[in-house]
Each structure stands twice: as C-alpha cells, then as structure tokens.
Design a protein around this ligand. Structure first.
Ligand code: ASP
Length: 331
C-alpha cells in the first residue's frame, strides 16, 4: 500500500484564483492566478497527498463552455484510469460549479473521488476562503471513504453532492447549499465525516457517453414571469434549440400564451422540459399542465440549470418522450 494518496489538481480559474489590487475591495479578476500559485499558497497540502497539477482553463465560471466540460471529462477519465491516481480536485468558479459537478457526475465512470472546490473571496482578499477550501477538497479526494459517492463539491467545511448543490447567495462564503436534500458530509481542517451517499445513479451507473462527442446539443433555459408571452420560446426555436427548459412559476407553470408557444415547440420536435424558478420542490407530470396532451417532460426536482445539463446528455441519444421522462425520474 502507498504511504500517501496521489491527487491530481485540475484548475479552471474562478474567484479561488482571483486577484485584486486591494485586500478589502470588492472588485477583482477571476482566474488570474495559476494552479501552481494556488498550490504554493497552501504548502500544508503536501501533508495530505502527493499532488500533480494542470491548468485546464483560466476563466470565471460564467464563461464555462460545453467544450471545457468535455475537455474536463476526458482528462478526468484519463487520470482516474491510472492506478496511481487516487482522486481528483477541480478548482472552479462558484457561479456554475453546480452544473459542472452535475455534468461530470453523469459522464465520468469511476468510483474514485472527484471533488470540485472554489471560493467566494479572491486569493488576495482578507480572510480568503480559497486556501482552506482547497485543503479540505484535497483531504476528501485523498480519502478512500469518499469513493463511490459521485462527484462532490467541497466548500466552507461542507461536502455536497453534485445533484443537490446550488449556489444560493451572491457574496457569502456559505453560498453553496443543498436545500431540502442535506449534505453528504462535513470536512473540518482536513477531517472528512460522511452522513450519507447519493441515492441517484451516477458515475459507473449512467449511460451517457461523451468520449466521442465534440459538442453538446443546444438547450435553452427560458425564465417564466408575470405577463409572459411566447416570444422567448419562439426565439429559442428559431435559434435552433433542440431542447428548451422552462424555469416555470410555481410547479413549472407558464402563462397561457407561453404554454401555447411551448406546446407548438414540442409539436415541432423540440424537447420541452418544465422545471421551476423556485429554489426547492418537485415538478410532477400533469398537475396543472396536461403534459401527456402537450408532449412535455417534467423536470422532477432538477433546477432549470441542472435539467439543462441532463437534457443535453439525453439528446445525444434517440429517446421517446416516455423514455426521456424516465431518464428525468432516474437521474
Ligand atoms: N464569477 C466567479 C466565478 O464563477 C465567482 C466565483 O468564483 O465565486 O468564476
């Protein structure tokens, strides 16, 4: 048995690599520091694991693209196939960390821990949260007990599941939450403690294959509101969307004109999924909307942004509406 785990760090930018001329100013530039600068700032990481490091991107995660997701999935797959690699840490901005985590959770087939982390305060700020988040993420990635728990997100002493985690606040260090679902565990100064595992199929138990894929299908999210008409839905169709996810009001509802536009989109072959703009809750079939009649899919408890990821993956294959609904119930 090896004395120390080997953890590969893949950096993509974000506030964890952000820098500002002022330690107390709110403005900064995401992704300015290299992965080596991040690691040099936390020499204690060497107590937890042997590390390798790579820079995959240097962006604010608002600029994440399908191409970067595919590159990350390919690299994580290559690295985790190596016997000597025990776990992966991906540093990311927090804006879209929930989508990146869910995407990888569905496409990377390994029981080895894959842990995303980020920060809310740039590396140059007073009380920067990045160094301890990175330390805790490496501790979880190096921990054999984290195997088989799907992709995890570690920040502010908490271990979240990829499916449940959401960014819930614009500025606070406790922004990442798993509302209504709870944590996978906690990690305090490098000591992980687990309460549960994810119950949904993930990693080795998913059918989504992206190794030979160069681009993901176009799926738009349309946000519902009072006084909504069908124009944004029609624009999505006109722009070539293969799928539309509605961030509906209440339990995935839409105004009548918007619902007519969505029904027309579905009839034209665009896969239309009803999610909700509410932070928690389940969107079920045929409650106030006749999904059977209108040819729509219910997103269940996936947020619009996570429903979009799942729909992009579903659209890589050929599925009936009934099969698509099953995939949404399952993943
Ligand atoms: N906009 C930043 C990003 O997502 C915010 C952060 O990292 O917290 O890259």
């Amino acid at each position: 048995m090896k004395e120390r785990a080997l953890v590969a760090i893949l950096a993509t930018g974000g506030t964890i690599a952000g820098a500002s001329p002022s330690a107390t100013g709110a403005s900064y530039t995401s992704g300015s520091l290299s992965v080596d600068a991040l690691l040099d700032a936390v020499p204690e990481l060497g107590e937890l694991a042997e590390l390798s490091s790579e820079q995959i991107a240097a962006i604010g995660s608002q600029d994440i693209t399908d191409a970067i997701w595919l590159a990350l999935a390919a690299r994580v797959t290559e690295l985790t196939a190596r016997d000597e690699v025990d776990g992966i840490v991906i540093t990311s901005g927090t804006d879209t960390i929930e989508e990146t985590a869910f995407f990888l959770n569905l496409v990377v087939r390994t029981p080895k821990p894959i842990v995303l982390t980020g920060a809310m305060r740039p590396a140059s700020a007073l009380s920067a949260d990045g160094p301890l988040n990175l330390y805790n993420a490496v501790a979880v990635a190096a921990d054999p007990k984290a195997r088989g728990k799907g992709v995890l997100v570690v920040a502010n002493d908490k271990i979240h599941g990829a499916r449940s985690v959401v960014k819930a606040n614009t500025t606070v260090v406790d922004t990442l939450q798993s509302p209504g679902r709870g944590l996978i565990g906690t990690v305090h100064f490098g000591e992980p403690r687990y309460f549960r595992g994810p119950v949904r199929p993930h990693a080795e138990a998913t059918p989504f294959e992206v190794a030979a894929i160069e681009a993901l299908p176009r799926v738009e999210v349309v946000y519902a509101h009072a006084g909504m008409d069908g124009k944004m839905i029609e624009a999505a169709v006109a722009n070539g969307a293969r799928g539309i996810v509605i961030a509906g009001v209440g339990s995935g509802n839409l105004s009548s004109p918007a619902m007519e536009a969505l029904t027309a989109a579905a009839a034209a072959g665009v896969v239309c999924v009803r999610s909700t703009r509410l932070p928690t809750g389940f969107v079920a079939r045929n409650v106030e909307t006749d999904d059977d009649e209108r040819g729509l899919i219910a997103a269940c408890d996936l947020s619009p942004q996570k429903a979009r990821v799942l729909l992009q993956l579903c659209l890589l294959g050929e599925h009936s509406l009934a099969e698509l609904q099953e995939l949404f119930l399952r993943y």
